[in-house]
Design a protein. Structure first.
Length: 144
């Protein structure tokens, strides 16, 4: 019985250590990372519309630089600015979340600005209700 309890304790410590490592993982600043891909915003959206499975496999969790004209800006709270590139015919869009160290960059942008934004692609998802594809990016920063 002691061996079983000791084994369970050791297993719990290992699982707790792995959880702590993943939960506190720090990422290097996006501006310091080299982009795996550089693409035009509308071409990027069209790639997801053509085959979202292949596009997700290609871009998910990769640093990607997107070039385009800002279609919309959102500030859901004081700690975030979301920048959108929208494909007018379909309504599908790319959304970049500017947070933390790059928040001031995001707040300085305006609709209609032509920009280059780098971020980590979280992937795209098609909404049956809205009938649009949404492509999320995290850790966004202006590409300089």
């Amino acid at each position: 019985m002691k061996r079983i309890l000791l084994s369970l304790l050791v297993l719990a410590v290992i699982i707790g250590g792995v959880y702590w490592y993943v939960a506190t993982e720090k990422f290097s600043d996006t501006t310091e990372r080299k982009a795996a891909y550089t693409v035009n915003a509308l071409d990027f959206i069209k790639e997801f519309l053509a085959n979202d499975s292949a596009a997700n496999a290609k871009y998910r969790e990769k640093i990607v630089t997107i070039n385009g004209t800002i279609s919309a800006l959102e500030s859901p709270d004081t700690a975030t600015v979301n920048v959108k590139f929208i494909d007018p015919p379909t309504g599908s869009y790319i959304i970049f979340a500017f947070q933390d160290t790059h928040l001031s960059e995001g707040k300085g942008l305006k609709v209609g600005d032509v920009v280059s934004i780098k971020g980590s692609c979280s992937g795209g998802v098609y909404s049956d209700i809205l009938e649009v594809t949404k492509i999320d990016f995290k850790r966004a920063a202006l590409n300089k």
